[in-house]
Structure formats: structure tokens, C-alpha cells
Design a protein around this ligand. Structure first.
Ligand code: PMP
Length: 309
């Protein structure tokens, strides 16, 4: 995801803040923070955040799984994120709430730390440069972290070391990104910061969460849109070889939305992508508030229409 060099603003506990955290922060030293990546879109009814409640539920679930002690409930986090989006003045933006500890104490007992919610606001990521022609992927030799050591539904900062290693190696080798495998089964899990889908004989298929993937909110949205459009869907085991048999492969994530895959290592996929194009159109219409039946996924940020507390 290409992003501008700087976020436009940071808010800690709802108040504007600078971006500096103490060097000794346990979250910085040990990767012990949880976070979300969320998008706000310009819609015909004003700017609105897509699937905010689902992102916040995942954030609270991540904190709970790590055993982080914090003082925020769903409504408090919602007010903080909506407030940050509104303050930014941007209709289209990317919001990054993080629950982290500034405590400069090296003890790794998270229950003994004070955790704080901060939000960074970025101008919305522009379409990835390879979104049109499609991403070129390789299969990484770095697997996803095992679900047995770090549950994959958790979005913790430390987990991203494994993604960063895979992305770095892939980029250095001339690819846009990498697919990572489950460390136990050796099956396909996901890309470094996105889920993967394949189209096989008109059916949409995606790896199941048993193979150490983050069950993305975009993944869930795409599965639901596909079903509503009459496309058959399934989740299950995916071997690398299954991808070679696919007519279409694409990636999904909040920041990059839906990105077609042009090639996996030496293998190219056909360029017509009918299922991808159908789902991409429906996804864009949904997130930008142009599907009346799906307004429930959008939280308006205007002060006249505040979210319920
Ligand atoms: N997998 C990983 C590892 C990710 O970081 C992301 C981005 N959050 C995704 C999948 C896609 O998740 P979502 O659709 O919720 O953004």
C-alpha cells in the first residue's frame, strides 16, 4: 500500500498529540500493542466509516486475547475514532487506532501496564500502482506465525515482523508481495497484509481460518457480496498448487480493497477477471454508500449524526 510520508494527525484519548512515544515503551520494545486499519469514505450522505463496529469488536478481541488491561469499552473507542475522522476534515481517510502502553517498564506482564488508545489519520491510500495490471506474487519461505503461539484473529503489532520479513524478501526479489503458508499444514494462509481468494470454475474460494490467517473484514464483506450476487462461495484448505488451477486470484484488505493477482512466481493468470470485476464494482458501490440496502455497514461521522454512545 503506497502511503504518503506522514499521517496528518494523531489523537491520544481523543486529544491532538504528537507522534512521540517514550523510547522505553513496552509496546515499542516488545511489539505489545493491538491495532486496526479502518477506512472512511465520502458518500452521498457525507463521510462515513465502513464496518467500524466490526473493526472495534476485533480490536477489543485482540486486547482481550493478549490480556491487556485498558479502560475502553466499544462506545468509548467508537467516539475516539469517529472524533478523529471528523477532526481531520478528510472525507476519504485511513484511520489507525492503536491500543498501546507508553510505560517505559521492561516487565512483559501486560496486565500490570497502563494502556492508552491513540488514533492516527492518514489521507486515504491511493490505489496501489499495480491495482490495474495486477500484483505479481511469490510464495514466501517465511510462514505465518503459528496459531498455537499467537492466535491469528489477533491484530498485534509484533505479529507484523513475520509479514515484514516476507514482504521485504519478496520486494527485493522483484515481486509486489508474497503469499505466506501455514507453518503446520504448509497450505496457503494469506498475503502479508491481505487475504487471498481464488475463482475455480465460477466458484469463489478462500483459505479457512484454521490455516493461521487473519479473518479480514474485507474478506467477510466480499464473501457476503458474492453470495448476494449469486456467486457460490466456500472456505477451506488451499494448497499452493490449487492456485495454479485458478482462473482468477485476488487479494482483499481494508487499505488496498480488492487487488487482482497477475502472476504467482512463473505462472500468469488470465487478464479478463470477470468475477473480480463484478465484486470490485459491488464493493466500491457498497463502501461509498451507493447500495441503499447496505447502509448499515456505514457509520456517518458528521456531528449532526453522531454514533450512538
Ligand atoms: N491479513 C493481514 C495479515 C492483514 O494485516 C490484513 C489487513 N488488516 C488483512 C489480512 C485484511 O484484513 P481487513 O480486510 O480486515 O483489513
Amino acid at each position: 500500500m503506497p502511503t504518503p510520508a506522514r499521517s496528518i494527525a494523531t489523537y491520544i484519548d481523543g486529544r491532538p498529540a504528537d507522534r512521540v512515544i517514550p523510547f522505553g515503551s513496552n509496546s515499542m520494545q516488545h511489539g505489545t500493542a493491538v491495532f486496526e486499519g479502518i477506512r472512511c469514505y465520502a458518500t452521498p450522505h457525507g463521510p462515513a466509516i465502513f464496518r467500524l463496529d466490526d473493526h472495534l469488536a476485533r480490536l477489543l478481541g485482540s486486547a482481550r486475547t493478549l490480556g491487556i488491561a485498558h479502560r475502553y469499552d466499544h462506545a468509548a473507542l467508537k467516539a475516539i475514532v469517529v472524533g478523529a475522522a471528523r477532526e481531520s476534515g478528510l472525507a476519504d481517510c485511513y484511520l489507525r487506532p492503536v491500543v498501546f502502553t507508553p510505560d517505559p517498564l521492561l516487565d512483559i506482564n501486560l496486565a500490570a501496564r497502563e494502556f492508552t488508545a491513540a488514533v492516527e489519520v492518514w489521507p486515504a491510500p491511493t490505489a496501489t500502482p499495480f491495482a490495474q495490471e495486477g500484483a505479481r506474487l511469490t510464495v514466501s519461505s517465511w510462514c505465518r506465525p503459528s496459531r498455537r503461539s499467537l492466535p491469528s484473529h489477533v491484530k498485534a503489532t509484533g505479529t507484523y515482523v513475520a509479514s515484514a520479513m516476507a514482504r521485504t524478501a519478496a520486494t527485493e526479489a522483484g515481486f509486489h508481495d508474497a503469499l505466506q503458508l501455514d507453518p503446520h499444514s504448509g497450505r496457503v494462509a494469506e498475503a502479508t497484509v491481505a487475504n487471498v481468494f481464488l475463482v475455480l470454475g465460477g466458484r469463489l474460494h478462500t483459505p479457512w481460518p484454521l490455516d493461521s490467517l487473519l479473518p479480514g473484514i474485507t474478506r467477510d464483506t466480499v464473501l457476503r457480496l458474492a453470495r448476494d450476487l449469486g456467486v457460490e462461495t466456500s472456505e477451506g484448505p488451499v494448497e499452493v498448487g490449487d492456485l495454479y488451477a485458478a482462473q482468477e486470484v485476488f487479494l482483499t484488505g481494508t487499505a488496498s480493497e480488492l487487488v487482482p493477482v497477475a502472476a504467482l512466481d512463473e505462472h500468469s493468470f488470465p487478464g479478463d477477471r470477470p468475477t473480480f470485476r463484478l465484486l470490485w464494482e459491488e464493493y466500491r458501490a457498497t463502501v461509498t454508500g451507493r447500495r441503499p440496502g447496505r447502509q448499515g455497514w456505514l457509520t456517518p461521522i458528521s456531528a449532526d449524526n453522531p454514533p450512538p454512545n
